[in-house]
Design a protein around this ligand. Structure first.
Ligand SMILES: NC(=O)c1ccc[n+]([C@@H]2O[C@H](COP(=O)([O-])OP(=O)(O)OC[C@H]3O[C@@H](n4cnc5c(N)ncnc54)[C@H](OP(=O)(O)O)[C@@H]3O)[C@@H](O)[C@H]2O)c1
Length: 302
């Protein structure tokens, strides 16, 4: 399968992706759209004329309430939605919680927020996506998907020792597998789904990292000042691939793929030292189907 290339690069901004694109009449939901990459995604989509709903835990103005770690909140959001949805950008996320935290229903909180809540939201809005005729789902994943496959035996760290990065990594692998699953299961509804990693961007996401970890990843100097290495992106650049996948005509009909720096990524072996690409375990169709079944059962039971 030929990899998709676009004229854009790592430093392209979200607004630049949409130059000349008219999104008037397109209704788009962005989870976590009140901060960081999500906020810039919202700005760019609105700038091109889309009707964007910001779904956030603490809504103000015309934002809508959504707590992804609470299926009651997800169901209330779904119940309150009428009419078509042209795109869902599954952007909200939390990273590397230092200790194992669980949602009210007992789910490990990163898996609950980053994956299972989004699964419930997207499947809850299936009919609304179908109504759009050509809806898109964008899963905001991470380079962390290279670090761990989905652990079907113990997704909630009930039997293995909790590890902040393993928990984040598996949730981000699950996000990619969901895009693959949607591509496999909902093509007849006209729905396409793709995933991407935004790169490194200073946002609130890093709030759970201690100074030693920030230094280890090159994001802080010895005096405790934030450092911005050359390979870091601004939030406007970090949002570019989100907008590309949600709304660019260049992606019409493209589905089940993973992008990085606005290009389709190479499928690679995952592991601790692999620098780039998408892990084979993140795009494995058998794992996508197994995860689909797991998530359907899990979200139906709670
Ligand atoms: N920044 C990076 O370098 C980087 C790298 C790779 C991947 N990513 C991914 O990019 C996405 C956006 O992150 P960001 O960097 O922009 O960080 P951010 O500014 O912290 O944004 C994350 C958003 O998720 C929302 N959120 C958290 N828990 C939620 C919940 N239970 N229900 C609903 N919303 C919830 C947050 O809302 P609140 O304001 O309520 O907390 C926040 O708006 C994430 O999925 C992240 O994993 C980021």
């Amino acid at each position: 399968m030929t990899r998709i290339n676009t004229p854009f690069n790592a430093k392209t901004t979200a607004a630049e992706i949409l130059i000349g694109v008219d999104l008037t009449g397109r209704r788009i939901i962005v989870t976590g759209g009140a901060s960081g990459i999500g906020l810039e995604t919202v700005r760019a989509l609105r700038g091109a004329g889309a009707e964007v709903t910001v779904a956030t835990r603490n809504p103000t103005g015309d934002q809508r309430a959504l707590d992804l770690s609470d299926l009651g909140s997800v169901r209330a959001f779904v119940a309150g939605w009428t009419g078509p949805v042209h795109a869902i950008v599954a952007n909200a996320g939390i990273m590397a919680l230092p200790t194992r935290q669980v949602a009210a229903n007992g789910w490990e909180l990163q898996l609950a927020t980053n994956f299972l809540g989004h699964f419930a939201l997207i499947t809850g809005l299936r009919e609304n996506l179908r109504q759009a005729g050509d809806a898109r789902v964008v899963m905001v994943s991470s380079g962390a998907q290279l670090r761990a496959p989905f652990d079907f035996d113990d997704p909630h760290f009930e039997h293995r020792p909790y590890d902040p990065w393993a928990a984040y990594a598996q949730s981000k692998t699950a996000d990619v597998l969901l895009a693959v699953g949607l591509a496999r299961h909902w093509a007849a509804d006209g729905v396409t789904a793709n995933a991407f990693e935004p790169g490194y961007i200073h946002t609130n996401l890093q709030r759970h990292l201690d100074d030693a970890t920030m230094r280890a990843v090159g994001a802080m100097d010895e005096e405790g000042n934030l450092v911005t290495p050359d390979y870091y992106k601004t939030p406007e650049q970090g949002a570019a691939t989100s907008v590309l996948l949600a709304a660019s005509p260049l992606l019409d009909g493209v589905t089940g793929r993973f992008f990085s720096d606005n290009q389709e990524a190479e499928v690679v072996r995952g592991g601790p030292d692999v620098p780039a690409g998408v892990a084979a375990w993140s795009v494995d169709p058998a794992a996508a189907d197994r995860l689909w079944d797991y998530a359907l059962t899990a979200t139906a039971d709670h």
